[in-house]
Design a binder for this molecule. Structure first.
Ligand code: ATR
Length: 273
């Protein structure tokens, strides 16, 4: 049976095996999908062993995405732009192809929620790996403006300079931000510590769409905060997780699984519904 897995550290709580097993069942593909948690300095070796032993493809998550970028034979254009690889496929001619499906997953999830990206003003919070992966797919949707704000302003400036050939992207400090924005995407890891990016409440209004790439059994700190200040449409990153997986599955198997039912089952599994 064709073998796939996700590399990460820690990875025990990953929902990828659950999601891909449901995709395989739905599309009647014969495959198995597991977990691998190599020591931090053992990833390169573990990756090589997995493919030498017949593995067909893998996902890569924190903290190995940047390292995976350097280990594959060939990069997709979107992986090159993201500077990170979250999906690897062994092609029929033995080439390890590195791809990045995170940004496509974000855009697909935003669209499935009915969020309009064309001509919109988007505020992207954070300038780390997650922000970098999101920029090209967001700019491809032709927003009227995309502003990056980050605690360390120089990182936002670097990112804006790197992507300004793709669209109207600028960097502003949290203090400089002036609304109205149509969509705020939180790509920071602040929610992991239950912290908030230093956004002023005046930027939140009833018609704004709020997206947190993080997710949990209950609202993230950022989503709770936005709701308190009047945001009516809030979304967490669970849909993005399923959509990026669907994109990876399509890369591997050439067949696109449906995501709605899988997302519902994942929510049930996590006790969210
Ligand atoms: P990832 O790959 O998930 O993006 P990362 O590359 O470590 O992770 O980036 C984390 C991002 O969250 C950074 O933009 C970080 O801001 P700094 O560049 O200033 O470090 C941001 N971040 C983390 N904790 C934060 C907090 N409490 N408030 C605001 N931003 C925070």
């Amino acid at each position: 049976m064709d073998r796939y897995l996700v590399f990460g550290h820690p990875v025990r709580h990953s929902k990828s095996p659950f999601i891909h097993t449901l995709f395989a069942r739905q599309t009647q593909q014969e495959l198995e999908y597991g977990l691998a948690e190599p020591a931090i300095d053992e990833f390169a070796n573990a990756l090589q062993v997995f493919f030498a032993q017949g593995g067909k493809g893998c996902n890569v998550t924190v903290p190995f995405k940047e390292q995976a970028f350097t280990l594959v034979d060939r990069l997709s254009p979107r992986a090159k732009r993201a500077g990170a690889v979250n999906t690897i496929k062994l092609t029929d001619d033995g080439v390890l192809l590195g791809d990045n499906t995170d940004g496509a997953g974000l855009v697909a999830d935003l669209k499935s929620h009915g969020v309009t990206l064309a001509d919109s003003r988007i505020l992207l919070l954070g300038a780390g790996g997650a922000a970098r992966g999101a920029l090209a797919p967001l700019l491809a949707e032709l927003p009227s403006e995309l502003v990056i704000a980050n605690r360390t302003h120089t990182k936002a400036q670097q990112l804006a300079a790197e992507f300004c050939d793709l669209g109207p992207v600028t960097a502003q400090t949290y203090e400089q931000l002036a609304g109205p924005f149509d969509l705020v995407i939180n790509s920071t890891s602040a929610s992991l510590q239950g912290e908030l990016p230093p956004l002023v409440p005046a930027l939140i209004h009833t018609d704004i769409a709020i997206y947190d790439m993080m997710y949990g059994a209950s609202d993230t700190a950022f989503i709770s905060w936005a709701k308190q200040h009047g945001a009516r449409q809030t979304m967490d990153g669970l849909g993005m997780l399923v959509e990026q997986a669907a994109e990876a599955f399509t890369v591997w198997r050439g067949i696109r699984p449906g995501t709605k039912q899988v997302l519902r089952e994942l929510k049930r599994n996590l006790g969210v519904i």
